[in-house]
Each structure stands twice: as structure tokens, then as C-alpha cells.
Design a protein around this ligand. Structure first.
Ligand SMILES: [Zn+2]
Ligand SMILES: [Zn+2]
Length: 280
């Protein structure tokens, strides 16, 4: 896909930078963790703790291109499946997603490979079952990846969701190693890039990663267009992550793995006074 950089330039205001991992930022998904009780944050958020335990294996790296929150245009593009509106007008949603992934992978493919221990040999996508609309004629992310030059030839339709049995597990934002069945031969020594549109709890992503690892994959690194953040979350850090993200300009020049802001100190935890202000 040519011109991904020019295409995404028209939509830069939709994106929010993702903070690198540091104290107060989940080391897996980059949202806000809880405190351990002594004012020190857990290294992972409550969602990642819940969705990575009891699995065969999980993705240690979830790399969001952007953060998003409810009542933002990017969230509506990802959840309500709206076409996005940029500075040069409205564009088709799959084209927007493909340009976003293409541009990001051009700039940060090496960052992602570094997490996998080498170049990716397989690209997988998660079948979308969470849409409120009737099943789409074909899966959005399959279509999106087919438009991303660097990934299209590596994509394999590996994952099949065992819908009926495990839907209640996913509905509870929990993962299970048997949610997805992996088609085909063993994946021994394969480095898998798992691509999805929106990361909320990680139940789908980590269930999929577990199935791929159980099938033999040497590494599973997850690239998501956006990580959902709840600024009203009870954890002491998500509000600050969102505030900091909204105060910084987004650029495709950095990702959460190579951002120079990495050297900054721990994220300020939300104080009791902040809570009191919001309640009053
Ligand atoms: Zn997390
Ligand atoms: Zn990077």
C-alpha cells in the first residue's frame, strides 16, 4: 500500500501516544495497574493479571499504536465501525486501518521484531466475534492485513474460535487456553505477529496467544491499533496515563518500545486528594 504516511498524516489528531513501560504503566499492555498496598504499583494491570494466568502461555508484549478512550473518534472507528473523518475528508475504515498498520510497521517493524527475537515468520489475526452487527462477510482484520504489503504474504488464517463453549468466559473478560483452535501443522520455531484492532481486557488476545504457543510458536508479539483506557478506572494510574497522552502530540516517529520518554520517572499516582476532587 503506497502513501500510508501521507494517508495517516490526515488522521494524526485521532491518535494518542502510548507511554513506554515504567512504574505505573503495565509492562504488558501499557494501561494502569493497581498499587500493591504500599504505594508501589504492580508491574501489570489487573486485566493482564487476570487474562494471563491459567494459560499455557501468553503474549509478553502487547504493542498498541495508539491509546483510545470512549467518546473519541478513534474509539468509534474501532467499536462502532464508523468511517474516520480526517483533514481531507471521510475515508473508508479498512483503508484507514491498513494505512495505520502499514505506516507503523514501516517505522517500528524492527522494534516489534526485537520483542520476537527475530523477523516474523507468520502473521495471524483474531476472528472478530465481538461486533454487535451480524457476522461480516469477511473478517475486518484479515482484509486489513491483506492490504499491508509487509505482512500480507505472511498472513495465515490460523485461529478458529470455539464460540459456543467459551463465549461466557470471554464475556467475563477472562481468557482460556481453549477459546481458539489453531488450524494446520505445528508452529515450531515460528515467530508470530498477532494483529488486532482494539485491546480492551486482553481476553481474546491472550487466549489466542496461548493457543499459538501451545501449538509450538516460539514467540507471539501482539500489535493492536489501540489500547482502550478508562480514565475513570479505580486504579491509581489510568487517569494520569490518559491525561499525559492527551497532552503530548502523537507521532509515528516513536512507539512505546522506542519512545525517548522511556527515561522519565515513575508515573505520578493519583492521590487521595484527586479522588476527593472528583467525588466533590
Ligand atoms: Zn496490562
Ligand atoms: Zn519503535
Amino acid at each position: 500500500m503506497g502513501g500510508a504516511e501521507a494517508f495517516t498524516h490526515d488522521f494524526l489528531p485521532l491518535f494518542r501516544p502510548v507511554p513506554p513501560t515504567r512504574a505505573g504503566v503495565c509492562r504488558i499492555c501499557h494501561s494502569g495497574p493497581n498499587d500493591r498496598g504500599d504505594g508501589v504499583p504492580w508491574p501489570t494491570c489487573a486485566s493482564c493479571k487476570r487474562t494471563t494466568e491459567h494459560l499455557y502461555g501468553h503474549a509478553e508484549y502487547v504493542v498498541p499504536i495508539s491509546l483510545t478512550a470512549k467518546n473519541t473518534q478513534l474509539y468509534d472507528v474501532l467499536v462502532r465501525k464508523n468511517d474516520p473523518n480526517g483533514t481531507s475528508g471521510r475515508r473508508r475504515r479498512p483503508d484507514f486501518l491498513a494505512a495505520t498498520v502499514t505506516h507503523f510497521f514501516q517505522k517500528h517493524g524492527r522494534c516489534l521484531q526485537g520483542c520476537a527475537g527475530g523477523p516474523f515468520t507468520v502473521v495471524a489475526t483474531i476472528p472478530s466475534t465481538r461486533t454487535e452487527q451480524p457476522a461480516e462477510a469477511f473478517d475486518t482484520m484479515t482484509r486489513v492485513v491483506s492490504m499491508v504489503g509487509a505482512l500480507a504474504s505472511l498472513h495465515r488464517p490460523l485461529l478458529l474460535e470455539v464460540v459456543d463453549t467459551y463465549a461466557p468466559v470471554l464475556a467475563n473478560r477472562k481468557s482460556h487456553r481453549k477459546v481458539f483452535r489453531v488450524r494446520g501443522d505445528r508452529l515450531d520455531k515460528q515467530r508470530v505477529l498477532l494483529v488486532d484492532d482494539l485491546f480492551v481486557s486482553g481476553a481474546h488476545v491472550q487466549s489466542a496467544a496461548s493457543a499459538l504457543i501451545e501449538k509450538g510458536a516460539a514467540a507471539v508479539v501482539t500489535l493492536v491499533v489501540a489500547r482502550h483506557i478508562n480514565p475513570d478506572s479505580k486504579d491509581p494510574y489510568s487517569a494520569g496515563i490518559w491525561r499525559e497522552s492527551c497532552a503530548r502530540p502523537f507521532s509515528f516517529a516513536h512507539c512505546c518500545l522506542c519512545d525517548p520518554v522511556r527515561g522519565r520517572g515513575a508515573l505520578k499516582r493519583r492521590s487521595r486528594e484527586d479522588f476527593a476532587d472528583e467525588v466533590s
